[in-house]
Design a protein around this ligand. Structure first.
Ligand SMILES: Cc1cc2nc3c(=O)[nH]c(=O)nc-3n(C[C@H](O)[C@H](O)[C@H](O)COP(=O)(O)OP(=O)(O)OC[C@H]3O[C@@H](n4cnc5c(N)ncnc54)[C@H](O)[C@@H]3O)c2cc1C
Ligand SMILES: N[C@H](Cc1c[nH]c2cc(Cl)ccc12)C(=O)O
Length: 523
């Protein structure tokens, strides 16, 4: 352990986590912080097609990057929602959108919908976005203006807030899909242009001092490398935090059994196929298949539990799902470590990315975890005394985010109407976190609100829980008794307003393909 102000950071790992961290720290601290990134030229990154939270825009804004600077380089597209296909029953779908839930007379539109919804599609009745997704629309007009102005007159968001400070203020209407490997490449250029030292080499040993702090790392070709603060971005291996410092890993597998994935990157003709403005999660016999539309191809993969499905069976299912375009594409099989490190920051080592923790990508939370961890690291950055309260604050913020997201994901399976295979039957009998079981009982009579969801910041607003509860369909929900006595005229007017706004937007917005074709001046 040293006692000077930490001003030399060594990052190990050059995946999404490593490069997002390097670029953010450099932007935050400039030349006052030296940043070195060491990545192996042999050990690959996870790098599958990636879907995100809308909050990721704050990351790009922080780096002073505009969409036109990075999106074309990463084959990026817009994401308005996650579309859940066949989770309630075959042929059924619903959306979890980026759209704040409206309220009338103190009750959310989903409360009113349970009492007296106009159709059997809660998502289309309560959210404008569901209709835009069904119609394949872009969230921007061809002149670049954003649809938000069409239905939200609230003032622009203030700049300089963290994600947790933004929550509950406004809801930005879209997130992004992009190729993770291309983003890492783009951020490599961004970071090295601003002074990050980039070393391609393998870390063979991590040396500790007599207090158990990292004194230096030993590389194959560049000898010893030392810093004050070490950031472990080595993915599922957790080379520094788990292996060298011995921090235990808390598995979530008992409640989230999916531990494997097989992925394909499939080129497709977007002109004939279009570019759907959503991530799709299609329920399968032993898990679900993601479809992420990128510019020029799709990223797709089957997330499954190996206790219920072999890798060969999973690959066969995925290839049949995609069709003939997947025939010559090589499959990438991935084992996933599900859970989180007991603490993500120990002594002078902070793990960010898969080494810190990971849950299956059903709600696209991997990059959100990274972004959140980086913001928290800057907020809790150590001084010369390495005050333990800064570390403790960081560790509880990071653990809470992952524990909260775990609850949210478990809800998807507990709530799924699907019950046709052993895998889905077991989702109804498997133990779930006690607190979630209590919350579900409460939600059956009082829909999620800020008072009764997981009590710490974890990125997901109460309306996200409403969307999953109503969309998955197996948990019986009752309308509030108060609404049986209330006058529903204003609520019916609001349902009509949502329908009219959705129709207007569907009629006036371009398709997502038209939008990107125009941006990239394609014929
Ligand atoms: C199947 C799947 C689907 C996913 N989908 C999404 C999604 O849609 N949205 C989302 O937000 N997130 C998603 N994620 C999560 C996301 O991919 C990761 O959070 C993200 O890629 C970060 O990975 P990483 O940088 O932590 O690790 P990795 O990509 O594994 O990178 C690890 C790095 O460490 C280096 N390294 C390892 N050991 C050494 C060593 N000894 N010496 C030097 N270097 C070393 C490697 O070379 C590599 O550069 C998904 C993950 C999986 C598994
Ligand atoms: N922090 C929020 C989280 C959020 C709100 N709505 C959605 C919808 C989907 Cl599909 C994922 C995350 C969220 C944000 O990103 O805006």
């Amino acid at each position: 352990m040293n006692t000077k102000n930490p001003d030399k950071v060594v990052i190990v790992g050059g995946g999404t986590a490593g490069w997002m961290t390097a670029s953010y720290l450099k932007k935050a601290f400039g030349d006052r912080l030296s940043v070195t990134l060491v990545e192996s030229g042999k050990i690959g990154t996870v790098g599958v097609g990636e879907a995100t939270f809308s909050d990721i825009r704050h990351f790009f804004e922080f780096l002073d990057l505009k969409e036109e600077d990075w999106m074309p380089a990463c084959n990026a597209t817009y994401k308005l929602a996650v579309r859940f296909q066949d989770w309630q029953r075959p042929g059924h779908h619903f959306y979890h959108p980026f759209e704040q839930m409206r309220s009338v007379d103190g009750f959310s539109m989903t409360d009113w919908w349970l009492q007296d919804g106009p159709t059997d599609r809660f998502d289309r009745d309560c959210f404008v976005m569901a209709s835009l997704c069904d119609a394949g629309r872009s969230p921007r007009y061809l002149n670049g203006s954003l649809l938000r102005q069409e239905f939200d007159e609230r003032a622009e968001e203030p700049a300089g807030l963290t994600m947790s400070e933004h929550q509950g203020r406004t809801q930005f209407p879209y997130a992004y899909h992009f190729e993770a490997a291309l983003l890492a490449k783009f951020l490599t250029g961004y970071s090295t242009d601003r002074g990050v030292q980039h070393i391609i080499d393998e870390v063979q040993e991590v040396k500790l001092d007599e207090h158990g702090w990292i004194s230096h790392i030993v590389t194959k070709g560049h000898g010893d490398i030392s810093g004050d603060l070490y950031i472990d971005c080595t993915g599922f291996r957790g080379v520094l935090l788990n292996q060298a410092l011995g921090v235990p890993f808390i598995s979530y597998q008992g409640t989230l059994p999916n531990d494997s994935a097989v992925a394909l990157q499939v080129p497709l003709d977007m002109k004939t196929r279009g570019i759907p403005p959503y991530t799709q999660a299609t329920a399968q016999e032993a898990g679900w298949i993601w479809t992420i539309p990128l510019f020029g191809r799709i990223g797709t993969g089957y997330v499954y539990a190996k206790d219920y499905c072999s890798p060969e069976e999973a690959e066969r299912t995925l290839r049949e799902f995609v069709g003939p375009e997947a025939a010559d594409v090589e499959a990438n099989h991935i084992r996933m470590r599900i859970g989180r490190s007991e603490q993500s920051w120990k002594n002078n080592c902070v793990a960010i990315g898969l080494s810190s923790g990971f849950v299956e990508p059903l709600e696209s939370t991997g990059i959100f975890f990274i972004h959140h961890a980086i913001e928290q690291l800057v907020k809790h950055f150590p001084g010369a005394d390495w005050h333990p309260q800064l570390r403790a604050g960081y560790n509880s913020a990071v653990s809470n985010v992952m524990d909260g997201v775990r609850e949210f994901l478990v809800l998807h399976y507990k709530g799924a109407g699907r019950n046709d295979t052993q895998y889905w039957k077991d989702t109804k009998t498997r133990a779930i976190p006690d607190a979630l079981a209590d919350r579900i009982e409460r939600w059956q009579v009082q829909l999620p609100d800020s008072e009764n969801v997981f009590p710490y910041y974890h990125g997901l607003p109460p309306y996200s829980y409403m969307a999953i509860l109503l969309g998955t369909g197996a948990i019986e929900l009752r309308p509030s008794p108060a609404l049986g006595l209330a006058d529903s005229t204003a609520a019916q007017k609001e349902f009509a307003a949502i329908r009219d706004k959705a129709q207007f937007l569907v009629d006036t917005l371009p398709s997502q393909y038209e939008y990107f074709a125009a941006m990239q001046k394609l014929p």
